[in-house]
Structures are given as structure tokens and as C-alpha cells.
Design a protein. Structure first.
Length: 589
């Protein structure tokens, strides 16, 4: 969450108004860093998402509800014990730091009400979620021992202390004059750095905005400022403070030219102007934060995902080595006809061959150049001429059988490599633990992974294909793995719908639902771009994508999941547009 403490305070006000007094119904931990609290308030359930992800820490109410993993981690079980069925007393911020406290009232034995605190520290790589009771740490989502931090440990049983740097002023509760007087005594260098070190909750961008609104140079030093400069800065501080005092916020996010999130702010940042930056406004801070959570965030890859990827890549490498050996052996086996011809030549020249000879020079009547048709044939001196001819015939039969066998093995090896590469594409497309579980089950079905669970599993949840609606109103369905590929092609698609797949490249099956058998060109291009994006060629350009009517797609008997053959296709060349695809997917959530 790219937000400083000042703008965070506006978000916390919204969360407190929406959730205080609400009952915590359920607590989930969807990954290593992220918690979901389902809070019932005013006959409505809210999904509060809290994350200590070093790349993207956050706290917000979200409509994009993540799935609940089948097995809760230990910290989740602890929170269920201490916080489920409790009521949120209040949500507030420590000073203007990026530290959010959720006080939870729990009724314990004999009807006593005990208040416990869930502390969310939104501080980049130092982000954490900590449960505190009576000032003592019960546990945290990330434990911090002496081996990590000698000065501040986050471990059960220790007293909770706030991070260092609490001496800075809260400009919302302090007067502007008090802030300026303390600023005058700073001598660290630039005004921007002194503002950050003096005022709590002000980051680099807010400091730059204050300097911009004051009409001062960006790199001005505090020592060089006169009374007029401080007066201008005072007026700039008051303009921002006024919006917080009156709660007249202008929630917005700012992105750069590459659509990467720059920051979330409760007020306009006038110094970040087009064309380098663009601003998008929202009706609430929470809406802005929820929208931004889908922008350019790194996905936390699960251990199961990493294990499966490593297993498949190892198997593909083994098969590639096997393929090279088979190709070499097949090239040798293709010499079978030479052995047969050699046997024929010996049989035709038995009268000139003598037992004990090591070679014989004869005329090669197979040669096209009769002026230079002398051929030297190696002989075994221990064999008779006819036995030498039989030796070459036997070699011919052996190589011919090997040629057929090696060709079959090579075909199977290539097909298996293609299949496993499709699994790697599916892993890359996986967006949930259910997707990964389906891939694991497919690998177990294919014998690549042993199922060590002796007890039968409960029926696993089934993931759904991606479904998007184009700007023209057409429906496109995308399979994310081989099970979904078979599903969308043979269950969801009708015979006249269009089927898309990257040409000779592992990837997803994509279906364009056509109502009038005359789809718009723009929809065909969109479906082709989705096909290229959800394939091994995602990072390539001018990707060939085949498309044909679904009736032309067949699955051979006994074929592996996701494998099909097709005909009567057309080919279109497209370049996967990440921004276009991500915007399309966001618009269909």
C-alpha cells in the first residue's frame, strides 16, 4: 500500500466508521502474510483484508474476496481462539505513523470483557500483524528475534513497544507554528528531508507537495529560508490540514506513464502532473485502496507452486536429454538400408570373396556414378562369404526394428515435453490455491507425483475458467489449466463458437461465444490476445494464434488432458498487451 501516514489516517477514519461495533464472524489466513476478517455490522458482512506482505502491505475492506485455504496456519488458529465472535471496539492510528490498531472486545469466563489489540504495522519489509493482550505480545504473523533485530523483538511473551521515531510531531493535533518552530531548528540539509524528520506521517511525496504549494525550489535547504519562505510554507501546511480537519478528502491514486502505482492520497498532489503522471479519483479512500491493490503488485508464490514448478522443470530437462539421445540413435538406425545393400552386393559377388579376407573391393551396381563405382566392404575373416552377407542382413533387420521403435519413442517423448510445458503454462496462469491443487491432482493422475495420503480426501473445490465480456458485449472463456481447457472446449463451447489456441505453442484454450456466426473483428483480436497472453509466448511479439469453429476440434482417444487436434483453421498474429489484458480482467471482476 503506497500511502503515507497522513493519507492513511483518512482511510482509518472510514474503516472505523464502517466496522466499529461489528462482530468478527470468521478469520482466514489466505497466504503467508494475509488475513481476512469477516465482520458483521448492520446486517451486512464486510471483508476486511490485512496484509504484512513486504511488497504490498495493506488494510482495507475489499470486494475481491480471496479463497479460504483448506488448512489454516497456526497464527490463524490462534486468532480464531482469541478474536472470533469478538466485537471491534475501535480502529485507530498510532499518532500519524503507519501503525493501525484494532481493539477487539472479547467476553471471557464469568462474563468479563477483555480488550485485545490487533496491531497492523504497514512499514514495507518490516510490516507485521501482531496480537497484543494487556501490553504483552501473544503472537505475530512474522516473529522477529534477536537474530533479525537486536533492539526490538516481536515474539510471544515480550512487551509490545512501538517502532522508534515516535518523537515526531502530529501536525493535525499540533499547531502549524509549533511545527515550523521545530522545523527551524533542523539542520540536516534539504527542507524536504527536514519536513519528513519533523512531522509524523509525512512521506517524500507529501513533503514535495508542501514545497510545491509554497512555491519554493524543490532542493531548497532549510538554513537558506527567510521569514517569507516560512510564511509560504505555513500557508501550504494549512491548506492540507484544512482538508483533514473538515474531512473534505479527495481520495485518489496516481499512476505513472506505465500504469504503475505511484501513491494513494487523500488530497491532490499538484506537483505530479501529466503527461508523466495521471490521477484517478474515487468516492472513498477505501475504494481507492481496493482499486490500487490490483495494480502492479507482486504475487506471493506458494511453496506448493515452487515445488511443482521445480519438479516439472526437472522432468522436462530429463526428457530433453532423452530426446537428444533418441535423435542420435535414430540417425544411426537410418543406416539400415546401407547394411541391406551391402548384403546384396556380397551375395552377388560370392565367387570373388574368400574366407579369411578382411575386405573385398567390388563394383557397386547401386551407384549412380558407374565411372566411379568401386566399393570396399569390410569382412570378418573368421566367417565365410555367405556368413558375412548374412551378418549384414541381420544388422539391417535389427536397425529397421530399432528405427520403428526409436521413432515411436521420440514421438512419445516430444508429446510428453509438450504436455509438461502446458503444465508450466497452467502454473503460470494459476491465481489461487485451488488452481494449484488441480494441477497437482493432474500430475498425480499422470504418475509424476505419488499420492502419499492413505485416507481419501474430501471432494476438492473446483476452480472456474476466466470469463470476460468484451467492449462489444461478446463473451470469451479462457481455460487456465488442462482440466479447464477440456471443460471450455467440450462442455461450455457450442459447435459454431470460435476456438483459439497459439500455433505450436503450449497455452490455454480460448472460446469466443458467437451468437450470429459473425463475430466482430475486434472481438476476434481480443480473443487472440487472450490466447497469446495465457500461453508460453506471453512475453513474445507477433504470436501466431490459430482459430477455428469448435466443431473442427477433436480429442484423440486416450490423449492426455488438454490435448486436441484441429483443422480448417485461420491464423492471426498478435502481440500480448499486458495493460490491455489486465484492464479487461479488472473490468470483469
Amino acid at each position: 500500500m503506497r500511502i503515507d501516514g497522513l493519507s492513511l489516517s483518512a482511510l482509518i477514519l472510514e474503516l472505523n466508521e464502517a466496522l466499529s461495533g461489528g462482530r468478527i464472524e470468521k478469520i482466514y489466513q489466505v497466504d503467508k502474510y494475509t488475513l481476512i476478517l469477516w465482520v458483521r455490522q448492520n446486517k451486512e458482512s464486510h471483508c476486511l483484508s490485512i496484509s504484512a506482505n513486504p511488497e504490498h502491505p495493506k488494510i482495507l475492506i475489499t470486494k475481491k474476496v480471496p479463497e479460504n485455504p483448506p488448512a489454516p496456519p497456526a497464527f490463524c488458529m490462534l486468532l480464531r481462539k482469541h478474536c472470533e465472535e469478538g466485537r471491534i471496539a475501535q480502529i485507530y492510528q498510532h499518532s500519524l505513523d503507519r501503525i493501525v490498531i484494532i481493539d477487539i472486545d472479547m467476553r471471557e469466563e464469568r462474563g468479563l470483557i477483555v480488550t485485545k489489540s490487533l496491531i497492523v504495522e504497514i512499514m514495507g519489509k518490516h510490516s507485521n500483524i501482531i496480537l497484543k493482550n494487556s501490553g504483552v505480545i501473544v503472537d505475530s504473523i512474522k516473529r522477529v528475534g534477536t537474530n533479525i533485530n537486536r533492539f526490538r523483538q516481536i515474539v510471544p511473551g515480550r512487551e509490545y513497544v512501538y517502532p522508534p521515531g515516535q518523537e515526531r510531531l502530529n501536525i493535525l493535533s499540533s499547531s502549524t507554528n509549533e511545527f515550523l518552530e521545530k522545523l527551524r531548528t533542523s539542520h540536516s540539509g534539504t527542507l524536504s528531508k527536514d519536513i519528513i524528520n519533523t512531522a509524523a506521517g509525512i512521506g517524500t511525496l507529501t513533503a514535495a507537495e508542501l514545497i510545491f504549494r509554497a512555491g519554493l525550489p524543490g532542493q531548497i535547504e532549510t538554513d537558506s529560508m527567510d521569514d517569507a519562505d516560512f510564511l509560504a510554507l505555513s500557508e501550504a501546511v494549512e491548506t492540507i490540514k484544512e482538508s483533514f480537519c473538515t474531512r473534505n478528502f479527495l481520495p485518489n491514486i496516481i499512476v505513472d506513464a506505465s500504469n504503475r502505482l505511484k501513491t494513494i492520497s487523500a488530497f491532490t498532489l499538484e506537483h505530479l502532473r501529466p503527461p508523466q503522471y495521471s490521477t484517478k479519483f474515487f468516492s472513498s479512500m477505501n475504494e481507492a485502496a481496493d482499486f490500487s491493490s490490483g495494480l502492479n503488485t507482486k504475487v506471493v508464490v506458494s511453496d506448493q507452486h515452487t515445488m511443482l514448478q521445480k519438479l516439472i522443470e526437472t522432468e522436462v530437462n530429463r526428457l530433453m536429454r532423452k530426446k537428444e539421445i533418441l535423435i542420435s540413435d535414430l540417425e544411426d538406425a537410418e543406416l539400415a538400408d546401407i547394411s541391406r545393400k551391402t548384403g546384396d552386393l556380397l551375395m552377388a559377388n560370392l565367387y570373388t570373396a574368400k574366407k579369411g579376407s578382411t575386405e573385398i573391393i567390388i563394383e557397386d551396381f547401386y551407384s549412380q556414378d558407374q565411372s566411379n563405382n568401386k566399393l570396399t566392404i569390410k569382412l570378418d575373416p573368421l566367417l565365410s562369404p555367405i556368413e558375412n552377407a548374412q551378418f549384414y542382413y541381420n544388422r539391417y533387420n535389427k536397425l529397421k526394428r530399432a528405427q520403428e521403435m526409436l521413432g515411436d519413442q521420440l514421438s512419445k517423448c516430444v508429446n510428453e515435453i509438450t504436455y509438461l510445458e502446458s503444465i508450466l503454462v497452467a502454473l503460470n496462469n494459476a491465481s489461487s490455491s485451488t488452481d494449484i491443487l488441480e494441477i497437482r491432482q493432474e500430475l498425480m493422475g499422470g504418475g509424476y507425483i505419488k499420492d502419499n495420503n492413505k485416507r481419501p480426501n474430501k471432494k476438492a473445490a473446483v476452480s472456474e475458467p476466466i470469463k470476460v465480456i468484451t467492449s462489444g458485449g461478446s463473451i470469451i472463456i479462457v481455460g487456465k489449466n488442462n482440466r479447464q481447457n477440456d471443460l471450455v472446449t467440450f462442455k461450455k463451447a457450442r459447435s459454431h463458437d470460435l476456438w483459439f489456441h497459439t500455433k505450436d505453442i503450449p497455452g490455454s484454450h480460448v472460446i469466443l461465444i458467437t451468437e450470429n456466426n459473425n463475430p466482430a473483428d475486434a472481438d476476434i483480436i481480443t480473443a487472440a490476445k487472450l490466447s497469446a497472453y495465457y500461453s508460453k509466448a506471453r512475453q513474445s511479439s507477433n504470436v501466431p494464434v490459430d482459430y477455428t469453429m469448435r466443431r473442427n476440434v477433436k480429442k484423440p482417444a486416450g490423449a492426455k488432458p488438454g490435448f486436441v487436434v484441429y483443422d480448417s483453421q485461420s491464423t492471426i498474429y498478435v502481440t500480448p498487451d499486458t495493460n490491455f489484458i489486465e484492464e479487461l480482467l479488472r473490468g470483469n471482476k
